[in-house]
Design a protein around this ligand. Structure first.
Ligand code: JFE
Length: 244
């Protein structure tokens, strides 16, 4: 998978050289290209922003530098086009399902905005030749798109074959297995600062361990994400209906 990231702070994305994503890049599973948006500015101050039409606080990122950056990263006459991801608080939610979808793409490009966002015509114009997704990584406001790109790239890269050591662990994770949150996990020592590992996990009885883990997943989901529990209940209910 090829990844292109355009930002006025490309050094923010240096974290992509670390850990799993860095390993994937070194092993050729990921081909990461970082670009400084100011490369496509020509005035003395390398200006990338201007005042918003219609007034209001803050500044908006000018369309020209973005248009030229995207032309350079993904030429219109090129043999293929990337899927363009534009992080924004106003985007559709980034979910594990979308992570799996993006993991199937051969080429992703990311536009990291700053200020109050990117002139809306940039995404509209890009959509004339590539698929554009405006994505939110959560219902809170960041100062720019770079952190959101790190979140999205990590969630997507770990799904690529060969990136994580034990693919079986992906199936058991929260948000990607049966729709419930993950059960609590423990390791040695069996007792630590007055806190003991639940006896069932030391029993060696795999059936009891599986039952306990499921019950803990349901309990945690009910406690922390009742919305997910409702969806899980409906899905399980439907499955039960299918059996009857
Ligand atoms: C566009 O509307 C905005 C309104 C107020 C502030 C900002 C700041 N900002 C600039 C670019 C940018 C890109 C992504 C995000 C972002 C994404 C999520 N999930 N939270 N925050 C925030 C961004 C933008």
């Amino acid at each position: 998978m090829r990844l292109d990231v355009v930002s006025i702070f490309p050094e923010y994305l240096a974290a992509l050289d670390l850990s799993l994503v860095g390993k994937a890049a070194k092993s050729g599973l990921l081909d990461v290209h970082l670009h400084d948006l100011r490369e496509w500015t020509y005035d003395r101050h390398r200006t990338v922003d201007d005042t918003p039409y219609g007034g209001g606080a803050g500044m908006v990122m000018k369309p020209d530098p973005w248009g030229e950056a995207l032309d350079a990263v993904a030429p219109a006459a090129g043999p293929s086009q990337p899927r363009l991801i534009v992080p924004t608080p106003a985007g559709r939610p980034f979910t594990q399902e979308l992570a799996y979808e993006l993991a199937d793409e051969p080429w992703l490009a990311f536009a990291c905005g700053r200020y109050e966002g990117i002139d809306a015509r940039v995404a509209a114009h890009a959509a004339e030749r590539m698929r554009v997704d405006e994505i939110s990584v959560g219902d809170y406001v960041l100062n720019g798109g770079e952190v959101a790109v790190l979140v999205i790239v990590e969630a997507v890269a770990r799904l690529l074959p060969g990136v994580i050591g034990n693919p079986a662990s992906l199936a058991e994770e929260s948000h990607s297995g049966d729709g419930l949150l993950e059960y609590p996990v423990y390791t040695k020592p069996p007792s630590w600062r007055g806190h003991d590992v639940p006896d069932v996990l030391l029993s060696g009885n795999h059936k009891l361990v599986a039952e306990w883990r499921h019950d803990e997943s349901v309990r945690r989901t009910a406690e922390r994400r009742p919305d997910l529990l409702a969806a899980w209940g409906a899905a399980v209910g439907h499955k039960a209906d299918e059996v009857e």
